[in-house]
Design a protein. Structure first.
Length: 200
């Protein structure tokens, strides 16, 4: 299925992976069991700490459910960092580099990086939550909170993009290449018969 972290890739907002590369993963053509990077490792280690800090500051209880499936679109999945039942809200936890601090708005605002915006829109759609809270630790010592209020127009665009991408996966129709890495994967070897002769 398609998870929230897939949505920035599908929408072309990821600097790490393209829609074509994600397609290869989803169809089992490409195996990408990469080793966890140091930032990913420490982000994972700090996730519980940041989640607990959010619960303490807001005096709420947070549930950590297993994978949630959309009630109508079975291919849409959500592995959320937390659910806040009393607020009917999703909690998303992030650890961000200080070099990315300019992409985050003031504490308490709704200004978050676009790749995270489409991710939480996806989670609200799947879980039918009214809103999403984003708790982020920037540079290891700057804690901030943000709130996303459900936007049906954005949500519909996210769902439609996910549906089109999933249709590519189901029909084995690869998306177009968007960079040289895609082209190198598509055409790993030179084929003599593919030469074009140009008349002088």
């Amino acid at each position: 299925g398609i998870g929230g972290s897939d949505m920035p890739i599908i929408l072309g907002l990821s600097s790490y992976k393209t829609p074509y590369q994600l397609y290869l993963e989803k169809t089992g053509i490409l195996n990408t069991e990469d080793e966890m990077t140091d930032p990913q490792y420490w982000g994972h280690q700090l996730e519980t700490l940041v989640r607990d800090e959010f619960a303490k500051r807001n005096n709420v209880k947070i549930e950590t459910p297993n994978t949630i499936v959309h009630p109508f679109y079975e291919f849409l999945r959500a592995n959320v960092d937390g659910l806040i039942p009393e607020l009917n809200a999703v909690l998303e936890v992030k650890c961000s580099s200080s070099f990315m601090s300019h992409l985050w708005g003031e504490d308490g605002s709704d200004v978050i990086p676009m790749q995270y915006l489409v991710q939480v829109a996806h989670y609200c759609a799947v879980t039918n939550s009214d809103s999403a809270y984003i708790a982020v630790l920037i540079g290891g010592n700057d804690y901030r909170e943000y709130k996303y209020v459900r936007n049906m127009q954005l949500e519909n665009q996210v769902i439609e993009s996910a549906r089109k991408f999933w249709e590519c996966v189901q029909t084995k129709t690869p998306p177009s290449a968007v960079n040289q890495v895609d082209l190198k994967i598509m055409f790993p070897k030179h084929k003599e018969e593919k030469k074009i002769k140009v008349q002088p």
